[in-house]
Design a protein around this ligand. Structure first.
Ligand SMILES: NC(=O)c1ccc[n+]([C@@H]2O[C@H](COP(=O)([O-])OP(=O)(O)OC[C@H]3O[C@@H](n4cnc5c(N)ncnc54)[C@H](O)[C@@H]3O)[C@@H](O)[C@H]2O)c1
Length: 369
């Protein structure tokens, strides 16, 4: 992910000219010193190293960008906030509720900005969906049907990595990519109040290295399917699998309201489909809205409607929000609170998948309250 982040940090100044600051790429660190050295050479980081404290505690650094495995986010973020840095942190915010809450408290206490990289939610089509819902174009939102299906972990020969160990990742497919669609569900429809779930593991063990006959036990889900109730009374489903045959990056949803409906999939990410119940019956149907500079966030990129944006531009949009939050004191979004609400939902779904009932969500409001 250092690739996508470095690209966005370098590109933001040009795209958001003259409002955006220039991010100087001061120091990149990785436990693997050769990886840090390569990242520095590829992307123009001025220095590299292996100890993250050389970033979180450095006097010449204002912003810390955390792109490490999930169980390391909390220690790095809390130290950075304590040392007066703003923080951009990858999702999921952490691997456990307790550390996620500590991160939230640290951000509240610091007065610094904390952004969680829900990179899909900032996408112009999602923002346009949000705008249509807020304008009442869908009427009362009744149903949300969302999924994130990828096939990158379908192959049983894929070697074991940190994502496959719950103590490190906090969960499997649902915590890894389900987090994105869960965040979008909450962004569009509101807080989830309770969840019921079932999970499946398709690969019980994985090789320790490519081609190795030695293997390690996996203890996370390859797929989780949930039914949710939103606080608004709307009903939903939120599903995820990273072993979904044929699905590449199918982050998709349908939102159904009393007067209209929306459909989206990332595999056609420059389109949003909208149905308006008020259209004449003889020509009604889902219309295909093609993204252009008229849609929120897209105005920073290309001239002609339909030229298209992609994954890389989404990271630029997150960095732009971070920059705006720092410069103007605007509330950061997606924030550490968004990150914590998502973590609470994922952990509740994991718990629900091991029981027969509903699991109620209890949002943490902070140590201070
Ligand atoms: N927003 C997105 O679309 C998206 C996509 C992929 C991954 N992610 C998130 O990004 C994070 C990283 O994922 P990845 O796929 O790049 O992982 P990765 O395993 O490819 O890279 C992680 C890097 O962190 C280094 N590292 C581990 N512990 C460290 C420590 N204590 N100090 C310094 N470096 C350390 C590793 O050596 C490795 O180079 C995860 O939180 C993941 O969930 C987000």
């Amino acid at each position: 992910m250092a690739k996508a982040h470095s690209l966005a940090l370098r590109a933001i100044t040009g795209f958001d000219w003259p409002a955006a600051p220039r991010f100087e790429l001061r120091r990149v660190v990785d436990l693997d010193g050769r990886a840090a050295e390569a990242a520095a050479a590829r992307w123009g980081w001025q220095a590299h190293g292996t100890d993250w404290r050389a970033v979180t505690q450095a006097d010449d650094i204002d912003v810390v960008d955390i792109i490490t495995p999930n169980d390391t986010h909390a220690a790095i973020a809390i130290d950075a906030l304590k040392h007066g840095k703003h923080v951009l942190c990858e999702k999921p915010m952490s691997n456990a509720l307790e550390s996620g809450r500590a991160m939230y408290d640290a951000a509240q206490a610091s007065g610094r900005q904390g952004v969680v990289n829900f990179v899909y939610r900032v996408w112009p089509a999602i923002e346009q969906a949000k705008r249509l819902i807020a304008e009442g174009a869908l009427g009362e939102v009744r149903l949300f049907d969302g999924h994130f299906f990828q096939d990158y972990a379908l192959d049983p020969a894929m070697p074991f990595q940190w994502r496959h160990r719950r103590a490190v990742s906090g969960g499997g497919a649902f915590g890894d990519i389900g987090a994105h669609i869960a965040d979008i569900a909450r962004y569009l429809v509101g807080d989830v109040s309770r969840v019921a779930a079932r999970a499946r593991r398709f690969n019980q063990r994985r090789p320790v290295a490519p081609g190795s006959s030695e293997s390690v036990a996996v203890d996370v889900d390859d797929a989780t399917m949930t039914v949710v109730e939103f606080a608004s009374g709307a009903l939903g489903t939120i599903h995820a699998s990273w072993a979904a045959t044929g699905h590449k990056t199918d982050l998709g949803f349908t939102v159904i309201g009393s007067r209209g409906a929306l459909r989206f999939t990332w595999e056609r990410s420059n389109e949003l489909h909208f149905f308006d119940q008020d259209d004449p019956v003889d020509r009604g149907g889902f219309r295909n809205i093609v993204l252009s500079g008229h849609h929120p966030g897209a105005e920073h990129f290309w001239f002609a409607p339909g030229q298209g944006m992609g994954y890389g531009e989404a990271f630029v949009l997150v960095v732009r929000r971070l920059a705006r939050a720092i410069l103007n004191g605007e509330p950061a979004s997606p924030s550490f609170e968004d990150g914590l609400r998502c973590l609470e939902f994922v952990q509740a779904a994991n718990q629900a998948s091991e029981s027969d009932g509903w699991v109620e969500l209890t949002p943490y409001r902070g140590a201070a309250r």
